[in-house]
Design a protein around this ligand. Structure first.
Ligand code: ZN
Length: 440
């Protein structure tokens, strides 16, 4: 048995560190390619020695092609007095992500078709992209647009769209077997906290926690692969370049939207009944009064690619609020005050508990299957299970002994007993130590 999750861990400082990373990354203008992604990955590298891969523009990846690299220095709309009325330096959301360069004088009427707002939230700047259609545009709040008078505007986008490369980060923790657990997060959104930065922070610190367990002598059953990739084109690129590695992925989670105050949500893998699906559902069932259980659908984040029929990997997605389902989604409302370190830390705890299930979900055989063994004479009744309520612990012992016939895993037993996996795991360890249980 290995403790990936430990009830003794103090998550407060980890939450603070994750929030600090989110705050550092917040101002950077990221996109699916470009220096913003590289700068983001270099900050992650200070905490975790990830490898950064560069895939050249024009590389075919399945039905797609790695696009031109986009970089931006500045962008603004200035009025006839030379005052910036829309300014990229104030928020990088103001520029349509992947805008082609422009430097032109025009009237408000000429500018208007290039302006995007969010009328239902008139004080927020929307986040919009145009990766595969070359155009330019600005995003601004409806209130800001309503206040713009007719004028002679100077429109500048100092960007470049040229041959370069797509950058992504990868980190592998080698376990006892080459069977892999995939943890994937996207790195392509500019100043948006819940949608992208919370996932980057959680993935980084999840890797550090697992690395620490290994460093302390824990024998990891699985090899862990962490991907920090641009959404869609990043997972397609990784899968195209790693078809052999992909075959080793036994379980996986796409980390998204883990920093807001919303209820936990689990979106199942396409398979629907994979171990990762059962593990996540059981952890959330035993932890939370309620959570959203979402059946797989072919939209959302990178699970769409991992669960495409040619791969059909057991990859689900564990989040708080979900893709497109919170009012702050893809707008300036998804900012540093929308997420907290404590909430990301709470999500990290859930991730650790799910991985704890994957690592420890073995099947055992009761060595004394004819009637109940006498637990008292083995010291198992009354004085063990210090971290678990005693009668609960004793019931856990009885459930494990009863169901350990070689055809029920510890997770099966936890589900049937309606007990947290942690309780079943501790009881199984006590039974194994007493010789009453052997791994099948
Ligand atoms: Zn998004």
């Amino acid at each position: 048995m290995i403790n990936i999750y430990s009830p003794a861990t103090d998550f407060k400082p980890i939450g603070d560190q994750m929030y600090a990373l989110v705050s550092t990354l917040f101002p950077i203008c990221r996109s699916i390619t470009g220096n913003g992604v590289r700068e983001t990955l270099s900050h992650v590298q200070k905490l975790l020695p990830i490898t950064v891969h560069e895939v050249p523009t024009g590389t075919p990846v399945f039905d797609w092609t790695v696009p031109k690299e986009w970089n931006i220095k500045d962008a603004y709309v200035a009025n006839s007095q030379g005052e910036r009325v829309i300014d990229f330096k104030k928020s990088n959301l103001h520029v349509l992500n992947y805008s082609t360069p422009v430097n032109q004088k025009m009237s408000l009427e000429e500018l208007r078709p290039h302006l995007m707002t969010l009328p239902e939230h008139p004080d927020r700047i929307p986040y919009r992209t145009s990766y595969y259609q070359e155009k330019w545009g600005f995003c601004l709040s409806q209130n800001q647009l309503d206040a713009l008078p007719e004028d002679d505007y100077h429109v500048v986008i100092d960007s470049s769209l040229e041959a370069g490369s797509l950058s992504y980060g990868e980190y592998v923790i080698v376990g006892e077997t080459s069977d892999e657990v995939l943890i994937s997060c996207h790195t392509c959104h500019p100043s948006l906290c819940n949608d992208n930065l919370s996932g980057i922070a959680l993935a980084t610190f999840l890797a550090r926690q697992i690395e620490q367990v290994k460093a302390e002598g824990g024998k990891l059953r699985y090899t862990y692969r962490f991907l920090f990739i641009p959404g869609t084109i990043g997972s397609i690129t990784w899968l195209a370049r790693n078809q052999t590695n992909a075959k080793r992925i036994q379980h996986g989670l796409v980390v998204v939207c883990v920093g807001d105050a919303g209820k936990f949500s689990y979106k199942t893998s396409r398979q629907g009944d994979a171990l990762i699906d059962h593990a996540a559902k059981h952890v959330l069932t035993s932890e939370r009064e309620s959570f959203n259980l979402i059946d797989f659908f072919p939209y959302g984040y990178d699970e769409r690619q991992y669960c495409s029929p040619g791969f059909n990997l057991a990859v689900g997605s564990l989040s708080r609020s979900t893709h497109g389902k919170f009012p702050e989604y893809h707008s300036s409302g998804d900012n540093l005050s929308f997420v907290t370190g404590a909430q990301i830390a709470e999500s990290l705890e859930v991730y650790l508990k799910v991985i704890d299930v994957l690592e420890n979900n073995h099947t055992y055989i009761n060595q004394n299957p004819h009637c109940e063994p006498q637990l008292g004479k083995r010291g198992l009744y009354g004085n063990v299970g210090a971290t678990v309520h005693r009668p609960t612990f004793e019931m856990a012992l009885l459930w494990i002994l009863n169901l350990s016939d070689g055809s029920h895993s510890l997770l099966d037993i936890a589900k049937r007993a309606k007990m947290p996996f942690e309780t079943i795991k501790q009881a199984a360890k006590a039974l194994q130590d007493s010789g009453l249980l052997k791994q099948a």
